[in-house]
Design a protein around this ligand. Structure first.
Ligand code: FAS
Ligand code: PHB
Length: 390
């Protein structure tokens, strides 16, 4: 078969780009390794930047997000037993974020693709990219036992960190930057009322914690754990007890606990692959970069990649202008690295590092004290958290 753009990966990046292009008459296909149910079973991001929410509306996928998502104008940082408030709305010049789970984003995108009759191949096996440096690249895979060949003008690698696309770029053409953190996040989803109407990020001598939510009846909590921990090491009771130890007393007293309906440990890593393009292949989202979830940048930076690539492909097809495609990698990376910096800053400020010493402890607390004593520092935090402009 022949399409204009072959997209590898049916997560939020691939689906959002496919939907945006389809609405403007660009023919795409999405090749997804797993089933739709498997993709929708993953519990990941929870906070959408304003830019990502705008992109979902542009893709005609924002209706349920705007109806069920919660607008948050701030969040809290708990430290040394104190609960300090970050007024995002005030310090970002009137912006906010939307609390709406990635699972629901992905569900909305799949339903939108169904409405438009978008081409998606699930359970695509052995996806392989060919002739990327020619003007006639193609992708092969096996679907339901049959060999499939997709001829296209461009290939978009939206297949996440473990996907095949980035690995299809020759080693000598790629420069990878990585920082692995010596801890992970143990996350629990529970059908309980969230402990706070806004998110609470916690810096504690026992380790980081985060109180988040998916709705007023579905809570999402995290605690920092050693990278050597296994999820089976943690009973629900042990999780709740540890979370309570890290929360300020007045918050811990309000915590409603319940059985976990999802429990997993995510490692924390920062990763960037440069460049984000190779011949007719363009990388977007986790295929190109990974963020520690502290700053809620992962899904949101996938959004800015999609925005840049969407407009570059439109300019190519509608105006014969390929400058956007040539500049895509440089433009996307400029914002990726700013998001990396913010994620690193939030992670460094709030986590307990195994190799820390008393100087590190002082510096960490000073960073927090500076944020809450300086309008300039608070504006830096707020503008990054609500999302830098595309
Ligand atoms: P995804 O990984 O979501 O999607 C890639 C898709 O490609 C997958 O469906 C995969 O099955 C498919 N694929 C892989 N290999 C393939 C192949 N060879 N052929 C075809 N398809 C293939 N971000 C936040 O902002 N906040 C969070 O709290 C947060 N928590 C996270 C927790 C975990 C455990 C992980 C892994 C990530 C988390 N993230 C978080 C980041 C996450 O939200 C990503 O940024 C987001 O999923 C990026 O979307 P995609 O780029 O579409 O990649
Ligand atoms: C989440 O709700 O999963 C979440 C929210 C904010 C973060 C990370 C994760 O920074």
């Amino acid at each position: 078969m022949k399409v204009q753009v072959c997209i590898v990966g049916g997560g939020p990046s691939g689906l959002l780009l496919s939907q945006l292009l389809h609405l403007r008459g660009v023919d795409t296909i999405v090749l997804e390794k797993h089933s739709r149910d498997y993709v929708l079973s993953r519990i990941r991001a929870g906070v959408l930047e304003q830019g990502f929410a705008k992109l979902m509306r542009e893709a005609e996928c924002g209706e349920r997000m705007d109806r069920e998502g919660e607008v948050h104008n701030g969040f809290h940082i708990a430290h040394e037993g104190v609960l300090d408030h970050v007024d995002l709305h005030k310090y970002s010049g009137g912006a906010s974020v939307l609390v709406y789970g990635q699972t629901e984003v992905t569900r909305d995108l799949y339903e939108a693709r169904d409405r438009l009759g978008g081409k998606i191949v699930h359970n695509a096996e052995d996806v392989t990219l060919h002739d990327l440096t020619t003007d006639a690249p193609y992708v092969t895979c096996r679907s339901e036992g049959a060999e499939v060949r997709v001829d296209c003008d461009f290939v978009v690698g939206a297949d996440g960190f473990h996907g095949v696309s980035r690995k299809s770029i020759p080693g000598e053409a790629l420069h990878e930057h990585e920082k692995v953190y010596p801890f992970g996040w143990l996350g629990v989803l529970s059908r309980t009322k969230p402990v706070s109407p806004e998110l609470i990020y916690v810096k504690h001598q026992r380790g980081f914690a985060l109180c988040s939510m998916r709705s007023q009846v579905l809570s999402r909590y995290y605690i920092q754990v050693p990278i050597t921990d296994k999820v089976e090491d943690w009973s629900d009771d042990a999780f709740w007890a540890e979370l309570k130890r890290r929360l300020p007393q007045e918050v811990a007293a309000q915590l409603v606990t319940g059985p976990s309906i999802e429990k997993s440990i995510a490692p924390l890593r920062s990763f960037v692959a440069e460049p984000m393009s190779y011949g007719r292949l363009f990388l977007a989202g986790d295929a190109a970069h990974i963020f520690p979830p502290t700053g809620a940048r992962g899904l949101n930076t996938a959004g800015s990649d999609v925005h840049y690539l969407y407009h570059a492909l439109l300019a190519h097809y509608k105006a014969g202008d390929s400058v956007g495609l040539k500049d895509y990698s440089q433009k996307a990376l400029a914002r990726v690295w700013k998001a990396q910096r913010f994620s690193w800053w939030m992670t460094s400020m709030l986590h307990r590092f195994p190799d820390r010493n008393s100087y590190d402890d002082q510096l960490q607390q000073t960073e927090i004290d500076y944020v809450f004593s300086s309008d300039t520092a608070m504006r830096m935090l707020a503008e990054n958290y609500v999302g830098l402009p595309y």
